[in-house]
Design a protein around this ligand. Structure first.
Ligand code: 5GP
Length: 187
């Protein structure tokens, strides 16, 4: 192991849950699978802001098809760490989904309520197909049945930061997924 970067040695940044090398290797695999599965029908990648921005950036470059990209921003009602399942669309898509092959790119699935809402919202716009690629899925936490076509890693149900995931808008720029020992509400 090299020396910790300044950010990794912040007091509340804990152990590595998924290393930078493992993230990149898995994203290369996911990109190859998506390239094969969507040959002849390039998908529209829909990233869910803000947490998925880094995953979207790497995943899109691992797909060897002329994909298009768009983003949505959602905020869920509830506490900072517990979603209520009621989601507010903060930024909607710019493109029409009719007859498009839509692949939702999500950072992390916890209860699954956010994704469940998004899937219903997007399906109402008549895409040709709708699938989900989630980088992280927390084990044993899902409160709703969701069909995840592509999953990067299953992780324990603890709060994590890095690689796009924040605590109070900080630590998104950590290169790996880390445990977080502070208050997940960011206070
Ligand atoms: P769900 O609706 O599946 O319970 O929650 C999904 C959203 O909650 C994610 O898109 C993410 O914004 C947030 N979230 C869930 N678990 C974590 C976590 O461990 N760390 C961070 N930073 N955000 C999380």
């Amino acid at each position: 192991m090299g020396q910790l970067s300044r950010l990794e040695s912040e007091p509340e940044v804990g152990e590595v849950i998924v290393s930078e090398a493992d993230l990149q290797a898995r994203i290369t695999e996911l990109g190859a699978r998506i390239t094969a599965d969507y040959a002849g029908r390039p998908p529209l990648l829909v990233g869910v802001l803000k947490g998925a921005f880094m995953f979207m950036s790497d995943l899109s470059r691992a797909i060897e098809l002329p994909v298009e990209t768009d983003f949505m921003a959602v905020s869920s009602y509830g506490s900072a760490t517990r979603t209520s399942g009621v989601v507010r669309i903060v930024k909607d898509l710019d493109v029409d989904l009719a007859d498009r092959h839509v692949l939702v790119v999500e950072d992390i699935v916890d209860s699954g309520l956010t994704l469940n809402y998004l899937q219903r919202y997007l399906l109402a716009r008549s895409p040709a197909s709708l699938e989900v690629c989630a980088l992280l899925v927390k084990e044993g936490q899902q409160r709703t049945a969701i069909d995840l076509r592509y999953v990067g890693f299953h992780i324990p149900p603890d709060f994590v930061v890095g690689y796009g995931l924040d605590v109070g808008e900080r630590l998104r720029n950590l290169r790996a997924i880390h445990a977080y020992s502070g208050d997940p509400s960011g206070r």
